[in-house]
Design a protein. Sequence first.
Length: 337
Amino acid sequence: MNLPAKNYGADTSGLIYGFVFDKDGTATPAGTDDALRWLREASPDTGGFVWLHFNLSHTASAKWLKDHLPLSDLFHESLTDGSRSTRVEMDDDMLVAVVNDVHYDFAFEPTDISTLWLSVGPRLVVSARLQPLRSIDRLRDAVRHGAKLMSPVALLVHLMHDQGDVLIHIVRNTTARVDDIEDTLLAGRLETKRADLGALRRLLVRLQRLLAPEPAALFRLLRKPPEWIVEEDLADLRQSTEEFNVALSDMAALQERIKLLQEEIAGRVAEANNRSLFVLTIVTVLALPINIIAGLLGMNVGGIPLADHPHGFWWIVALIVSFTVVAGYIAMRRHRE
């Protein structure tokens, strides 16, 4: 059942990779022809299942899925309805899931999140995406390195574990960035831009908005699971859902921490602006007497006082200094009050 290397992941159906799992959970790489042959010839009593992963940016993928695989109409509709909200639904005894994941080359940008479509049945698992995604790639690497998956639900559980690991990794890296910003802030350096924290917060908010409905959708599924899902798989799915919830809770706590740091930075910036405005006000007040007196004495009219007095200049200087001292005293007293 091995597919020639020159065709693997590059056939006309848009298949990226495929695996056939036997009853012991051992995976064998397979192409579309091998998968279709196995689905036709293998008996349901023999166990095992097929996993096919498609690239929806390939123009032939959606048509090939509709023409060759026994997938529900709900799955085909979800590929084209444009909705990216996380959900898990039952249709024709199959699970149809729309989940979200981060891009393989994730760069901590809010746009680095894309959708993964899943159809999970008793003998067939189909996944499809538009962009390379990190969690599904971790699942593929695990299968290639010998991970044993006894059932389609076991594959779904493994994918959720991988999603949780990716999410925890993002939270840890974001926490490290926030720690650096916080250390800079505590050191009294205000060059830290709130835009950096704002970008991280937007990323976490988008992740939480897209991923948070996933555990709730799975919990609803666990209330009335399909008959072909065994109790052991249900227990594993329930545990993975709880672990995913813990990762989302850590993300929410990190969002609150970023919010508090933004408020602290905003408060310090406002305090620095107030000090600058006060200094500017004091300078303006101190310069007011000399500006008024200089303006009056500079008028080209007759009757300028002390114009012919031998010490007139020094009298004017003394008058300006007196007014300046009085104005400065009044301003400083109001500031202390």
